[in-house]
Design a binder for this molecule. Sequence first.
Ligand SMILES: [Zn+2]
Length: 241
Amino acid sequence: MGKFIDLTGKEFGRLKVIKRAENDKYGHSMWWCQCDCLGEDSLKIFKGDNLIRCVSKSCGCWRKDNARILFKKYNTYDLSSKFGIGYTSNTNIMFYFDLDDYSLIKNYCWFEDKDGYIVTHDDIRISMHRLVTSCPDDMEVDHEFHNRYDNRKEFLRIVTRSQNCMNMSLKSNNTSGVTGVCFSKSNEKWYAYIDKEGERINLGYYDNFNIAVKIRRQAEIEYFGEYRYMGEQLSSEKKLS
Ligand SMILES: [Zn+2]
């Protein structure tokens, strides 16, 4: 054991020695240290030798912070257009945003969640469409054309929950790829329907899928007004080809 050195007031990495603690059972000098982070466990006892040899240099936060920096991926952006283009960190999918939101979104790492929304984690989950619209907690954001990658404000509307339900996207039990149109196995026709306030309205059975879709679209305009869902045209065309 080397000769005793008073470490009081000395700093080692993020640690500042506050006062001496009781020696450990081997007679090593031990010290109460305060970590810079001022976290919950930031006041701890460290062995003097470890402080001097720089083995101990934080309460543990140093390692955590380094891990965070190493694993925190950022998005790549293209700001050369009239609107911003970013790429998700996990799927490398393009997403769009208003250039004036860039300063708001650039400090987060955005990824695509399992439902296709552009989200980030910053202690809590934040979705881009809520962030850029400053959506209140009790309201929802509707993507006008159901393109969840497009978070430009002109295509986002803050709506109530029930308004958003009217504009609901594809349901998991849907077989045609278009909401409100499914294939009826019993009579081998396309069945068009619409749900309004919990009630299912039968729009008829059709041999031709496109006609069933058209009928459903007309019903959306009639029943839902401006909150109808307009974004499915592409996906239904894709299914047919
Ligand atoms: Zn610390």
